[in-house]
Design a protein around this ligand. Structure first.
Ligand code: URA
Length: 273
């Protein structure tokens, strides 16, 4: 077996996501063959080397990936300093250590992936892979056609373009219901986009993530991904990794003089009959 980067190996062992594994290494909590290793480039031979975290041996685990229908009132982290309920409370302990893939706000509901496959989690969250996330959103106020078109044409947030696809589902005097797709996972992205066009979010539910659909999974319930879903999900991450269609803008990228060329967009504004 070829040598493997220590942080990647730790992620494969379900210890943490790759980024968190890097923090464990930097913090001096990881030993290889009895020696503390703090260098991020270090490699291990998974067959021969003995790896420990906080003195406990670690080994690769069978990958588990679950789809959860997150209810409101749960935090999508592994623990919460304020003592609120976390999404992992909804899954039996026998699945071992799982990590939420990305975040859904405390008051948001819908499709949340939980996995012990740190490598997969890392890829799905990385902006480079542009994994689409679709939300059913109820916003305050009656959204005008003009605002819908503006939103569907892609918008700017903090000086960076955000690609969007919008479908209008329902429009009333005091509220509008939309399906909104974005290809990245910035903090409060959907709420900030809609607040920015004058329509604060009242309800937010994620109904799709990459090739996965929430379907009829009940609120608070979970299920393992089917083999087919898992293959599709991995394919999404792998294909984008090898051949990104368009590079996603990076937060740390310097501002250009010229605006960047437009990224491909799915514009779909459908008004109800
Ligand atoms: N965008 C938000 O504003 N909140 C979420 O939970 C997810 C996307």
């Amino acid at each position: 077996m070829p040598l493997e980067r220590l942080q990647k190996y730790l992620a494969r062992c379900g210890v943490a996501s790759r980024r968190e594994a890097e923090e464990l290494i930097r913090a001096g909590r990881v030993k290889v063959n009895g020696q503390v290793v703090t260098v991020l480039g270090a490699k291990v031979d998974p067959r021969r080397d003995r790896v420990q975290v906080d003195g406990r041996p670690v080994e690769p685990v069978a990958p588990v990936t679950l789809m959860l229908h997150k209810p409101a009132g749960y935090v999508s982290t592994t623990r919460d300093p304020q003592g609120r309920r976390v999404v992992l409370d909804l899954v039996p302990k026998e699945f071992g250590r799982l990590y939420p893939v990305g975040r859904l706000d405390y008051d948001a509901t819908g499709l949340m992936l939980l996995t012990n496959d740190g490598e997969l989690a890392q890829r799905l969250m990385h902006p480079r892979y542009q994994v689409p996330r679709t939300y059913r959103v109820t916003v305050a106020g009656e959204m005008s056609d003009e605002t819908l078109k503006h939103l569907a044409g892609g918008v700017e947030l903090e000086g960076r373009p955000v690609s969007t696809a919008v479908t209008l589902l329902k429009r009333e005097a005091d509220r509008t219901v939309l399906e909104l797709t974005v290809w990245e996972g910035r903090y409060h992205l959907v709420k900030r986009l809609l607040e920015g066009v004058g329509h604060p979010v009242l309800k937010l539910k994620r109904i799709a993530f990459g090739p996965l659909r929430l379907g009829r999974l009940k609120r608070g319930a979970f299920r393992p991904l089917t083999k087919g879903e898992l293959i599709n999900l991995m394919g999404t991450a792998r294909a984008k990794f090898l051949k990104p269609a368009t590079p996603a803008p990076r937060p740390e990228a310097p501002r250009r003089e010229e605006p960047p060329p437009p990224r491909p967009r799915r514009i779909r504004v459908r008004t109800p009959q």
